[in-house]
Design a protein around this ligand. Structure first.
Ligand SMILES: [Zn+2]
Length: 392
């Protein structure tokens, strides 16, 4: 009986296959550009280096673009100044390809300074027009640190209200969606409040914009006052009053660097759907770094091993382990590009993807396969009916 190959043998064969295509893979990865970039680091993937290579790196940092593609992925010992070679390489890539520098960069730290350019602007010093923005989700997470517990019944309401203080929906898009929903249900559009429309559906068909620093500051002041003494039925307060005020005092200075940069189109239309006889655009939002958070989750699942508990890569020596990890990073980046091309070719088919990509989208693609089929059938039928000549 032929013995079943072990992990070492399988990993070795996998590495050979990847190595045979490495030039092509690298060429694909380094041909990616974008005008709205996002940068984020994670420690999750580094835990895979659990054998002889354990502790030889501290962070995996990625830079992505508005299409959800990854431009670069590096392993470093530190954030901040440790990213200097990566930034230099990225700027050189744009310059060598004669591509216009990006307009916006979303980050989770080092976004503003008390005087002069911020640390991230200094890092990308050749892009003098680059606007650095703080990712709103990271700002909201800082407020969440002032909550007594995230399992508090009022926690989700607090975070929803915080989001409302920062963003407002485009009223034209919301009115069109309300009309479509009313048409689907056969109701009067005036009777269907948009509070009843699921958030994911709103995000798919409607655009949002930031309210402006002054308005957001005023609304957060009001919100913290309103939630200040809020408790659950057991009398447990939602907020630690002193703590949340301290957080607000510190974070207030970021209100300017979460605003949408003027003149930059953050939304792109990736398709359209027909609902209730109304054609609705499907948008993809380029704001923030949520797509990178999703990519980090994907990397964590894609690379085998669970850190010190059950490492797979640590069967190898240090150098081989590093090579294997780099190969996994290359392949996952290359697959991400393939996946995005596939989506671009079929923009109205949001959820047809392998199950391991489930966490990839960061909540931006939410139509279930069955629902998509139903909508497509309706859409096709509508087109067929409208194009059929009248016989009367
Ligand atoms: Zn800032």
């Amino acid at each position: 009986m032929t013995p079943v190959p072990g992990t070492k043998w399988l990993l070795s064969i996998y590495a050979r296959v990847v190595a045979s295509r490495l030039d092509e893979t690298k060429a694909r990865i380094t041909s990616i550009f974008g005008s709205i970039l996002k940068m984020d680091s994670t420690k999750k993937v580094i835990k895979k280096l659990a054998g002889a290579a354990a502790g030889t790196a501290a962070w995996v940092t990625n830079v992505g673009n508005e299409h959800g593609q990854i431009l670069i992925s590096v392993l470093t010992a530190a954030e901040g100044a440790g990213l200097h070679p990566m930034a230099t390489g990225l700027m050189r890539r744009y310059r060598d390809a004669s591509v216009s520098p990006p307009l916006v960069l979303y980050v989770d730290r080092d976004c503003c300074s008390h005087g002069g350019p911020c640390k991230v602007s200094l890092l990308f010093n050749q892009w003098d027009q680059l606007v650095v923005r703080l990712d709103v989700w990271h700002l909201m997470r800082r407020f969440a640190a002032g909550v007594t517990t995230e399992s508090h019944p009022l926690y989700s309401l607090f975070m929803a209200r915080l989001s409302f203080c920062i963003f407002e929906w485009d009223q034209g898009d919301v009115a069109r969606l309300r009309q479509a929903k009313a048409g689907e249900a056969g109701n009067d559009p005036r009777g269907s409040g948009y509070g009843k429309i699921p958030l994911k559906e709103l995000a798919r068909h409607c655009r949002r914009r930031t309210r402006g620093a002054e308005e957001t500051g005023r609304l957060i002041d009001e919100m913290l006052e309103a939630f200040g003494d809020a408790t659950d039925t057991m009398g447990i307060p939602l907020l630690g009053r002193a703590k949340i005020q301290e957080i607000w005092k510190t974070q207030r200075r970021h209100l300017h660097c979460i605003q949408d940069p003027p003149g930059v189109h953050l939304y792109m239309q990736t398709g359209q759907l027909v609902k209730g006889g109304i054609t609705l655009p499907v948008f993809r939002c380029g704001r923030g770094s949520t797509s990178l958070e999703s990519f980090h989750l994907h990397l964590d699942r894609f690379i085998p091993g669970k850190g010190a508990q059950k490492p797979v890569l640590c069967d190898l020596c240090c150098a081989r382990e590093w090579v294997a990890l780099h190969f996994y990073l290359c392949v996952s980046l290359s697959l991400s590009l393939t996946h995005r091309v596939f989506q671009a070719l079929q923009p109205a088919r949001p959820t047809f993807r392998p199950i391991c990509w489930k966490a990839w989208h960061g909540g931006t693609r939410t139509v279930r396969q069955k629902q998509w089929r139903k909508e497509t059938v309706i859409s096709s039928a509508t087109v067929a009916n409208s194009s059929t000549p009248s016989t009367s």
